[in-house]
Write a protein that binds this ligand. Structure first.
Ligand code: 5AD
Length: 369
C-alpha cells in the first residue's frame, strides 16, 4: 500500500467496502497473531509532567490538578493483581516526571520481575539514554513512546520545547531506534484527528510505523480537554462549523494553537480509528496492536470490542489504584476512572469472550512469522 492508497482508505465511506477492509484486517490478525487477546495491566505511576503539550490534561501548565506519584508498594500491589488476573505484562506509564529517579524505576522493575515474572513495558516519556539503558539492564522488555504526528510543523505547534533533554521532533522518532538498539521491543503511535492533521499526514504516520518496523502500535482519537489550549481551539472550530478552519487561524492562535490549519482535516472519531487499526494490521501483520482507552472512552459500549474486530489483539486494563485514577485525566471522561481493578478486569474478560476470543497467556511479545 502506498500513501495514495492509504489516503483513499482513510477517506472511504462506502459501508460495503469498509466492511471488506475490516474483514480483511481481522483475517490477517487471526492468521498472524491468533485469537488470543493479550492483556497488559496498566499502572499510571505518576501524573507529574514537566511538559506542556497543548492537548494533554496533565500538562505542567494545568496547575489546578492534584499531582500524585505512586509508592513502590502501590505499584507492587498492582503487579500482584496483574499476576493474579493472569496477565503477562505490566505497563508502567507516567508523565515526564524526572522525580521518578532512574534507580527508583530500576528497583521497581527488578522487584516486579523477580516476584511476579511479568514482562515490563515502560511508557515514561523522553529520558536520557543512561536511564533507558539502566532500565533495560534491570529487566524492562518494551518501551512505548508515541511520536503523535510525523508532520514536523504540527508536532512543533503542539509540543512547546522544554529545554534540557528535549529530543525535539527528529529526536522523538530517533528515540525509537535508540530504544531498539538497547534491546527493547518498541511501540509508538499517534493521535487521530488532531486539529490541523490532514489525510496525507495520517497516511505518512502509517508508513512511518512500517518504516520503523514497530513491535507495538497504539493509536486513538484526539479527545479535546477543555482546560488545554488545543481543547479551546477545538471548541472554537466546533462552534464555527460554517467558517473555513483556515479563516479561524487568528482565533486559534489567540488560544495558543498557532498552525495554518487546512480545510480538509481528519475527523477525530472512532470510525477513523478503526480504519487506522485495520490499515496498521495490513501494513504490519504481526505487530501487537491495542484497542486503546481513547477508543473505549469515545464509545463505552462498543469501542473496545470493535477495535478488537478491526485488527487489534491487545487490551490494556487499568490497574491504577481507584483513588488516583481520576487524576490521570489526559482527556475528559476517560473510561474506568471510578472502577476498582477487579471491575476493570472483569469487564475486559467479558468483552473478549463476548466476541469469541480468549485472554492470551505468557508475555505476549511480538512473534515474527
Ligand atoms: N486526546 C487523546 N489522546 C491523548 N493523549 C494525551 N492527551 C490526549 C487527548 N487529549 C495521548 C497521547 C499520549 C498518550 C499517553 O495519550 O498520544 O502519548
Amino acid at each position: 500500500m502506498n500513501e495514495h492508497e492509504i489516503i483513499r482508505w482513510l477517506r472511504e465511506e462506502n459501508p460495503d467496502r469498509l466492511a471488506e477492509l475490516f474483514r480483511q484486517a481481522d483475517a490477517v490478525r487471526r492468521e498472524r497473531v491468533g485469537d488470543a487477546v493479550h492483556l497488559r495491566g496498566l499502572v499510571e505511576l505518576s501524573n507529574i509532567c514537566r511538559r506542556n503539550c497543548l492537548y494533554c490534561g496533565v500538562r505542567a501548565g494545568h496547575d489546578t490538578i492534584e499531582r500524585y506519584r505512586l509508592t513502590a508498594d502501590e505499584v507492587t500491589h498492582a503487579a500482584r493483581l496483574a499476576a493474579e488476573f493472569g496477565y503477562g505484562t505490566l505497563v508502567l506509564q507516567a508523565g515526564e516526571d524526572y522525580g521518578l529517579e532512574g534507580e527508583f524505576v530500576a528497583d521497581l522493575i527488578r522487584r516486579v520481575k523477580k516476584e511476579y515474572g511479568l514482562a515490563i513495558t515502560l511508557s515514561l516519556g523522553e529520558r536520557t539514554e543512561t536511564d533507558w539503558r539502566l532500565w533495560r539492564e534491570a529487566g524492562a522488555d518494551r518501551y512505548l513512546i508515541r511520536f503523535e504526528t510525523c508532520n514536523r510543523a504540527l508536532f512543533e505547534a503542539i509540543h512547546p520545547p522544554v529545554g534540557k533533554n528535549d529530543l525535539g521532533f527528529e529526536g522523538r522518532i530517533g528515540a525509537l531506534r535508540v530504544l531498539r538498539s538497547l534491546g527493547y521491543e518498541i511501540g509508538s503511535g499517534v493521535m487521530i484527528g488532531i486539529p490541523g492533521q490532514t489525510y496525507a499526514d495520517l497516511a505518512r504516520d502509517l508508513l512511518t510505523f512500517r518504516e520503523l518496523d514497530l513491535d507495538m502500535i497504539g493509536n486513538g482519537p484526539y479527545l479535546p480537554h477543555p482546560e488545554t489550549p488545543l481543547g479551546r481551539a477545538a471548541e472554537i472550530l466546533a462552534k464555527n462549523p460554517e467558517t473555513s478552519p483556515a479563516a479561524l487561524h487568528p482565533l486559534l492562535a489567540e488560544v495558543g494553537f498557532d498552525y495554518p490549519i487546512s480545510d480538509d482535516c481528519v475527523p477525530a472519531d472512532n470510525l477513523t480509528a478503526f480504519k487506522v487499526i485495520a490499515l496498521t494490521r495490513l501494513l504490519l501483520p504481526d505487530a501487537n496492536i491495542p484497542s486503546t482507552t481513547a477508543i473505549a472512552t469515545n464509545d463505552k459500549h462498543l469501542g473496545r470490542v470493535t477495535g478488537l474486530q478491526s485488527g487489534a489483539n491487545v487490551v490494556m486494563p487499568n490497574l491504577t489504584p481507584t483513588r488516583y485514577r481520576a487524576l490521570y485525566e489526559i482527556y475528559p471522561h476517560k473510561s474506568a476512572t471510578t472502577e476498582s481493578p477487579e471491575e476493570t478486569h472483569r469487564t475486559a474478560i467479558a468483552q473478549i469472550r463476548s466476541i469469541g476470543r480468549y485472554p492470551g497467556t505468557g508475555p505476549g511479545g511480538r512473534t515474527h512469522h
